[in-house]
Structure formats: structure tokens, C-alpha cells
Write a protein that binds this ligand. Structure first.
Ligand code: 13P
Ligand code: SF4
Length: 379
């Protein structure tokens, strides 16, 4: 639609350039500009109205079975990364939403929970975390002795910002009896104020373990919190945060694809809004999506999460078809924070041993206790 707008405006500009009015006479120019303004206004409104009246649905993005495709050959930069990894004795941990080139050179690709365990267990001398800031911070919290690098320190998360530690501390001071369950997508400072951490993969299990006589405050994702509350029957106060990417999925956008592929189960991440979760055949973490799609007899699945997930699904289940969950505006949905990491930034990080996650020891120790509680409770 943006392209349509641009080209229509562009054509008006050339009409004006072709007009005989070139003498700069104020009257002629005035009339011409007025006429041009009217035409531009009409055109703009026409485009806007047609946009509102009948948005063109994005074409569905389908990833057919991969079984006949040879795995792509490694590029020079990927080979360089593997050599540097050996030299540094580094482990590369990558989230399921990373670009395919990064997933291919990673030692482990997984969800937040799996990556936390891998970070806690590693024997490598250093960790390069290809994910977002809170994930690399978590790796640092459980590995104080090892350098932890993140290829782009600006890889944040829209869930962290609406829950600053100062606000949470003030709320806790007013409500001292609250038991704080924090989704791992939050800052180290928020973790330090929490009683236990959870991921989307273990949130139900963790909340079920909270003593029943305690009132729970769940931060910072209200959608995940609402889903967990529905699964466990535990009434919880929900912090008003959300994932900017997952809330872009709408019931009508998913419904449209389901009409095209009525046999394909809808698999949605719990960060989606309730109307999308309600229509899904399965709501689960990114790691559980792999298990669900391998064990379910269906041949095609509609994947309602960040589109990078489909690389891993295709690698591990090459005989099946995956359809990207669309938003109202786009056939796929990429997290702009996850995509800040690139293959060249990963190479530079290994080569230059920076940027590094640095944390005050006092903060690290405070944030470690609720993470360790999570790791123990979710075994
Ligand atoms: P998972 O732990 O399910 O991979 O989710 C992480 C995340 O950031 C989802 O947006
Ligand atoms: Fe954060 Fe959403 Fe991106 Fe996940 S997809 S890292 S929750 S902004």
C-alpha cells in the first residue's frame, strides 16, 4: 500500500513537471498549486479510503518440504566463524528467531529455557549469545567467570522497557506480600527483585509450584500471564507489558490463512493475544513447537510466532510444510530486536571479543537466586 501511495504521488509530480506553467507567474503558480493541492488531496483520500475499505491481504508465505534440498554450503564468513570459535574455545548459543546463517554455525539453537540450561552447563571459555540482551544477561548471571558476548548490545526486547526496576520496587513496597514471578524477558534489575523466573516453556510448572497462600504478581507479559492463569487456575495480578511483535498477529489474519489451509493446525506462542490463542490448536514455547509439529500427523502447520522459527522447524522436520503466521499487514513477522544480530556482527564479535555483557557483582548475585530457583523447579 505504501508503494501504491508513493507511485501515485510520484505521477502527480511528473504531471506538474510536464505542465506549461514554468514562468513563475504568481497568479498562474497560485492557481496551479491550488489545483495540484486539490488533486493531491483527492488522490490521497482515495488511496486512504481504498486502504481502509479493502486492505490487500498479504500473500501467504509457505515453506514447502525441505527433504529434497541439500543443506546450503557454508559461506566464507561462516567458515571464518567456525575457525574463530575453535581458537577462542567459544560456544555459540542462538535463539530460534535468529537468521538462518547464524543458526547454521551455532552449537545450540533453542528457546529461552534450553539456552539458559546450555549457558549454565557449558565448559567453553566464553559464550557468544545470538539472541537479545536479557538472554545474554541471563547467561552472564549463571556464568560469572566467563565472558559473555552479544553481537549487538542494542538487541533489546519490548517486554523489558515497560517494566523498569524502579516502578516494580515501588509497587512491591506498597504490596509487600506479593510473590513476584518474572518472565525471563526482563532486565537483570527486575530479576533481582523477583522471587522466581520463568520462561514460556516452564511458566505453567513454575506458577503451580508457588505456595498457594501467596498472591502472585506476574511481570512483565500480560498475555503470557493471562494464559498461565487460565492453564493453572491461579489468579494473578498481571503487569501491563506485551511483546510488540506477537500482538501484531490478529484473529482475522490467521483466520484468512486457515481458510486456505483448513487441515493445518495453528500453533501459537503464548505471547499472542487471547483471541489468537483461543483459535490455536496448540499454544506453546518455541521449543515445544518442534515436538508438537513432529508428533502431530498433519502435513502442514500455521506457525504463529517470529518467522525465524521456521528455519529450525524445516531443518528438524524436513518432510513437512510450514506456513508463516501473517499479521494484517505482512505475510511474516520478524522481531526487529532479534534481527539486529547478523552473521558479520557475529564474526566481528568472535574476532574482537566484544561487545561484552558487564554486570555489577551485587546485582548478579541478587538476580541469580530466582534463576537458580527456576532451573531447580523446572527439572
Ligand atoms: P521462547 O522462550 O518460547 O523461545 O520465547 C522467547 C521469546 O522472546 C518469544 O518472543
Ligand atoms: Fe522480545 Fe517479542 Fe522480540 Fe521476543 S519477539 S525478543 S518478546 S520483542
Amino acid at each position: 500500500m505504501l508503494a501504491a501511495n508513493v507511485s501515485r504521488r510520484g505521477s502527480f509530480a511528473s504531471t506538474n513537471a510536464d505542465s506549461p506553467v514554468a514562468d513563475g507567474s504568481p497568479l498562474v503558480c497560485g492557481i496551479t498549486h491550488f489545483a495540484l493541492f486539490i488533486r493531491l488531496f483527492a488522490s490521497f483520500n482515495q488511496v486512504q479510503m481504498s486502504t481502509l475499505a479493502s486492505p490487500t491481504p498479504p500473500e501467504t508465505l509457505v515453506f514447502p518440504p525441505e527433504q529434497s534440498r541439500d543443506p546450503p554450503a557454508l559461506t566464507d564468513i561462516q567458515r571464518e566463524i567456525l575457525e574463530l570459535k575453535e581458537t577462542r574455545n567459544a560456544v555459540i548459543l542462538a535463539h530460534n528467531y535468529q537468521v538462518e546463517a547464524i543458526q547454521q554455525v551455532a552449537d545450540f539453537v533453542g528457546d529461552s529455557l534450553g539456552l539458559s540450561y546450555k549457558a549454565a552447563e557449558t565448559n567453553a571459555d566464553c559464550i557468544v549469545f545470538c539472541g537479545v540482551h536479557f538472554m545474554a544477561e541471563t547467561a552472564k548471571i549463571v556464568n560469572p567467570e566467563k565472558p559473555v558476548y552479544l553481537p549487538d548490545l542494542d538487541a533489546g526486547c519490548s517486554l523489558s522497557d515497560p517494566c523498569p526496576a524502579g516502578k516494580l520496587a515501588a509497587y512491591k513496597a506498597e504490596n509487600p506480600d506479593l510473590y513476584v514471578v518474572a518472565y525471563i524477558n526482563c532486565s537483570a534489575e527486575v530479576k533481582a527483585l523477583s522471587d522466581v523466573i520463568c520462561t514460556s516453556g516452564n511458566a505453567v510448572k513454575i506458577v503451580e509450584k508457588v505456595p498457594t497462600d501467596r498472591r502472585i504478581l506476574f511481570v512483565p507479559d500480560q498475555n503470557l500471564g493471562q494464559w498461565v492463569s487460565q492453564q493453572t487456575g491461579r489468579n494473578m495480578q498481571l503487569w501491563p507489558g506485551s511483546c510488540y511483535a506477537h500482538v501484531l498477529f490478529t484473529q482475522q489474519a490467521i483466520e484468512r490463512v486457515r481458510l486456505e489451509y483448513p487441515e493445518a493446525p495453528v500453533v501459537a506462542h503464548p505471547e499472542c493475544v487471547q483471541s489468537v490463542r483461543d483459535m490455536a490448536d496448540e499454544v506453546c514455547s518455541t521449543e515445544k513447537m518442534i515436538h508438537f509439529c513432529s508428533n502431530n500427523p498433519a502435513e502442514a502447520f500455521i506457525i504463529v510466532t517470529e518467522t525465524g522459527m521456521i528455519h529450525r522447524l524445516q531443518r528438524e522436520i524436513p518432510e513437512k510444510t510450514f506456513i508463516a503466521g501473517p499479521t494484517d499487514f505482512c505475510a511474516c513477522n520478524e522481531c526487529r530486536f532479534m534481527k539486529r544480530n547478523t552473521i558479520s556482527k557475529l564474526r566481528d564479535t568472535l574476532r574482537d571479543q566484544k561487545p561484552e555483557i558487564i554486570m555489577e557483582e551485587e546485582l548478579r548475585v541478587q538476580a541469580e537466586a530466582p534463576i537458580q530457583r527456576m532451573l531447580e523447579w523446572s527439572h
